[in-house]
Design a protein around this ligand. Structure first.
Ligand SMILES: [Mg+2]
Length: 388
């Protein structure tokens, strides 16, 4: 089996653009992958176009070790956010092809059925004004939808510091959500790398009575010593990693004991091959994986296969019941969260188990949208405005 051609498709939504890659083989199989590139869609497309003729077209999709070595080492230049995202797209589409060629779902090739249900947490649901009761009402809707976990960033457009009133406002929002959802629903608090270590530590202590499941990216993502200052100031679990793209990026955080939940993004970290390596390494430190996922249905499905086959996979992030729910219609068999228990079922079709519907994709052309986390109102995710 040889890959003969590739096709990229970009779908626009009010606050994100979704890039889909399809690889076609000489035996007429099509493997699919997805990346939601953070604000650099054109750059990703250019990287895919530049690397594919060298390492993908003409290759056997089973040879993912060679593919990864070529992109990460053979190229000589260091692989970062864009390159590792291009590699992830190639890798995921190759695993989809492997599964189809063998007639088995991808999780069978990644370690088999470790679990029957994959718990999800909701994101993209708090698209109201920053009012504690308004957000609490939306949180109640999330729980009614079946979710047993949800995430929010209650800090508005904050950067570096929080004034006393801003800090109280954020704590009031999380407190209202906790009161609305009860003690057993997990609340993940997202900080988007906004704060100095001192500010993050102070906020963490204020949030402890709300019992959040984790604090996410309290400080910018590059400095393990800065994160350790927060880690040492609170009993709460620390999650980070969505802006790590190689083992080298995340090494110091894991070895240094700075992180409890590793959030590396499958679609920005080189795909399945790299994620299985990372999961095994994280397990040596008894850490759990909760990969960042802002993708539409294809990237979410890739995460689902990884989750089924990975023992230390904690929970799968999911936007697509709340933000841009129409993205589910972009494929024939989208993964969905069961209203009965807030979990995904194990996918059983060969490969990833879905295909793009190009007519639906064509109805949602590019928007040029990007997320602006340091501008007021970003959390509305373009609702009613057409832009974030
Ligand atoms: Mg995050």
């Amino acid at each position: 089996m040889k890959i003969t051609s590739l096709r990229t498709t970009v779908v626009g939504a009010p606050w994100r653009e979704l890039v889909f890659l399809e690889l076609t083989t000489d035996n007429d199989l099509t493997g699919t992958a997805e990346v939601r590139m953070v604000n650099k869609t054109d750059t990703l497309l250019a990287c895919i176009d530049e690397l594919a003729p060298r390492y993908v077209v003409g290759s056997d999709p089973f040879d993912v070790e060679r593919l990864a070595w070529n992109v990460q080492r053979g190229e000589y230049g260091r692989a970062g956010e864009v390159t590792q995202s291009a590699l992830a797209a190639f890798d995921v589409a190759c695993w989809d092809l492997m599964g189809q060629a063998l007639g088995v779902p991808v999780w069978k090739l990644l370690g088999g059925r470790f679990r029957e249900r994959v718990p999800a947490y909701a994101n993209g649901w708090y698209t109201s004004k920053r009012d504690p009761l308004a957000i609490a009402r939306l949180a109640e809707d999330v729980v009614k939808r079946g979710y047993r976990a949800l995430k929010l960033d209650p800090f508005g457009a904050a950067s570096a510091e929080l004034s006393a009133p801003e800090r109280r406002a954020a704590v009031e929002i999380v407190t209202a959500v906790r009161q609305a959802v009860g003690p057993d629903v997990q609340i993940m608090v997202e900080m988007h790398g906004r704060f100095t270590p001192a500010t993050a530590a102070a906020v963490a202590v204020c949030l402890e009575p709300c019992e959040p499941e984790w604090l996410e990216e309290p400080v910018p993502p590059e400095n393990a010593a800065a994160l350790r200052r927060v880690r040492e100031a609170t009993r709460l679990a620390i999650a980070t990693g969505e802006r790590a793209h190689t083992m080298a990026d995340i090494r110091e955080f894991i070895e240094g004991g700075c992180v409890d939940v590793v959030q590396v993004d499958l679609t920005h970290f080189g795909g399945f091959l790299a994620m299985k390596r990372l999961a095994g390494w994280a397990d040596a430190y008894y850490l759990l994986m909760a990969p960042h996922n802002v993708c539409g249905p294809v990237g979410t499905m890739a995460n689902l296969h990884l989750a089924v086959a990975t023992s230390n996979y904690k929970v799968l992030e999911h936007f697509n019941d709340f933000a841009d729910p129409w993205v589910q219609e972009l494929v024939d068999h989208p993964p969905s969260v069961d209203r009965a228990d807030g979990c995904f079922a194990v996918p059983e079709r060969p490969g990833l188990g879905l295909s793009l519907k190009h007519d639906v994709c064509a109805a949602h052309p590019r928007t040029g949208a990007r997320i602006r986390l340091f501008e007021a109102g970003w959390e509305r995710r373009g609702a009613g405005t057409g832009k974030t």
